[in-house]
Design a protein around this ligand. Structure first.
Ligand code: PEP
Length: 251
């Protein structure tokens, strides 16, 4: 059965010391608590090894926010999937809309990143989602389907089964504007239908599809109650245990 997951995306926030403190704080807050979802923190590259040392990898799991589209070599400033895995991280966010919009990451580049992540036993948390103009012109399904097709549909069913999806309408990220519960469910059901057509019912049913976009303590319960919403990818509210914990406890 698919897992419920709440993953935090720290983005470019927190010094190393602040990040270690936040991870420690979250680990302590969750220790001994029975939660009904996997909890992941996705941190900047330089935090990974140090954060890994202060979490137990079960109560709190570790992920990166990106990895390179090349395996190794003369790519100054890049960090490979193998390097990410060597820190103890088990997850990697790929295709975040900020990477697509500000760093020119195309579907073809992301396809390479997904492949390298899987080869290095990292679970991709693969982000998809439409911009406001696409939603307003009713093109959201078409856009999301294309994003999935161009980066993921060359995977075998076995490999696709290792991927987590995150639907993040771009107009809801960091804006305080959340997709309504009905909009989220409608898109998640469409995504699951798309997966079913490609890989069959078992793979579609077993894929965790997270919602992301201004998810917080006030709206998480309603969003997560939808049958096709399996948790959240959380930006701003993941930067403090006080705001992240209630989202985890929404399950
Ligand atoms: C994100 O960046 O993945 C995100 C969902 O951000 P926020 O929760 O701040 O909207």
């Amino acid at each position: 059965m698919r897992k419920n997951i709440v993953a935090g995306n720290w983005k470019m926030n927190k010094t190393l010391q602040e990040g270690i403190e936040l991870a420690k704080d979250l680990q302590t807050a969750l220790s001994g608590k029975k939660v009904k979802c996997d909890v992941i923190v996705c941190t900047p590259f330089i935090h990974l090894a140090s954060v890994n040392a202060v979490i137990d990898g079960q109560t709190v799991k570790l992920g990166a926010e990106n990895c390179a589209d090349k395996a190794s070599g003369a790519y100054t400033g890049e960090v490979s999937a193998a390097m990410v895995a060597s820190t103890g991280a088990k997850y990697v966010i790929l295709g975040h809309s900020e990477r697509r919009a500000y760093y020119g990451e195309t579907g073809a580049i992301l396809k390479e990143k997904v492949k390298l992540a899987l080869e290095n036993q990292l679970t991709p948390i693969f982000c998809i989602g439409e911009v406001l103009a696409e939603r307003e012109s009713g093109k959201q399904n078409e856009v999301v389907k294309k994003q999935i097709e161009e980066s993921l549909f060359d995977l075998s069913a076995e490999d696709f089964g290792k991927v987590v999806l995150a639907y993040e309408p771009v107009w809801a990220i960091g804006t305080g504007k959340t997709a309504s519960s009905a909009q989220a469910q409608e898109m998640h059901a469409f995504i699951r239908q798309t997966l079913k057509a490609q890989y069959g019912a078992a793979v579609a049913d077993n894929t965790s599809i997270l919602y992301g976009g201004s998810c917080n303590a006030a709206n998480a319960k309603e969003l997560f109650a939808n049958p096709d919403v399996d948790g959240g990818l959380i930006g701003g509210a993941a930067l403090k245990t006080d705001t992240f914990l209630p989202i985890i406890e929404a399950f």
